[in-house]
Write a protein that binds this ligand. Structure first.
Ligand SMILES: [Zn+2]
Length: 245
């Protein structure tokens, strides 16, 4: 099977690319398109998929991509229904809704900075998370969390972001990734046995996680954050919400 280029994993800043239609599926309510290369992020790890446009070089016709997702090894683009899709072989310009994607990148990196601070300063494991452009939440095994602690965490995260830490993407063989003690806390051990390459996101000097998402290249791009709420989801499980300032 062809290897199709999935640019978001190596270059989060690529917002447009020329591509050919590889497959079209019109069997459902919304047409589904696979391209020979794409800049779309298909969603996962709490980060929603991208939205954007496809523009056909030949006649200038456009299609709105309302969502994307992973299907097998491919990234599938889901078009707005009601219009005939492009045809296999058509040459398209793929154009992300960059404003939204960049907000998601900043938000995602902010949430990792939060995880890094909560792990380093309190030893609390992250158990889950979710985000929208500009805000998100993380859940922790954090029995002694309190309002005072949350204020301290907010201040510390902002100090760390202001340190202008680089954010690096690495892809490691499975065995090498499992040898890194810090990765265990992100439940890397739950990854299916078939996955041989582990992608990691490192906020240099603060946080290292196995992660498939898109991030900014330096914490200065996040700016500051506000903790907008916290709640107990049980005796041990606590949720912290943050927004970009
Ligand atoms: Zn993440």
């Amino acid at each position: 099977m062809d290897v199709r280029e999935q640019i978001c994993y190596s270059d989060a800043y690529a917002r447009t690319v020329e591509a050919r239609v590889a497959e079209v599926d019109e069997s459902g309510e919304a047409p589904l398109i696979v391209l020979d290369r794409t800049v779309f992020y298909p969603g996962g790890g709490g980060q929603p998929s991208d939205r954007g446009l496809l523009l056909r070089a030949d006649d200038g016709r456009t299609w709105t991509v309302r969502a994307a997702r992973k299907s097998g090894r491919d990234i599938v683009h889901e078009l707005e229904p009601g219009h005939g899709p492009p045809s296999p072989g058509d040459l398209l310009t793929v154009d992300l809704d960059w404003h939204r994607r960049y907000a998601l990148m900043r938000t995602h990196t902010a949430l990792h900075a939060l995880c890094g601070v909560v792990w380093r300063d309190y030893g609390a494991l992250v158990t889950g998370g979710n985000m929208e452009p500009g805000g998100g939440r993380m859940d922790f095994e954090f029995e002694r969390m309190s309002g005072d602690l949350v204020d301290a965490i907010e201040a510390t995260v902002n100090v760390e972001l202001a340190h202008k830490r680089d954010v690096r993407v690495n892809v490691l063989p499975r065995a090498a990734a499992f040898a890194i003690p810090d990765l265990i806390r992100t439940r890397i051990n739950l990854l299916p046995a078939g996955i041989e390459q582990i992608r990691t996101i490192e906020i240099v000097g603060l946080d290292l996680q196995a992660d498939g998402g898109t991030h900014v290249a330096n914490t200065r791009e996040v700016g500051g954050i506000r903790v907008t709420g916290y709640e107990s989801k049980g005796r041990i499980n606590k949720r912290i919400r943050l927004e970009l300032d």
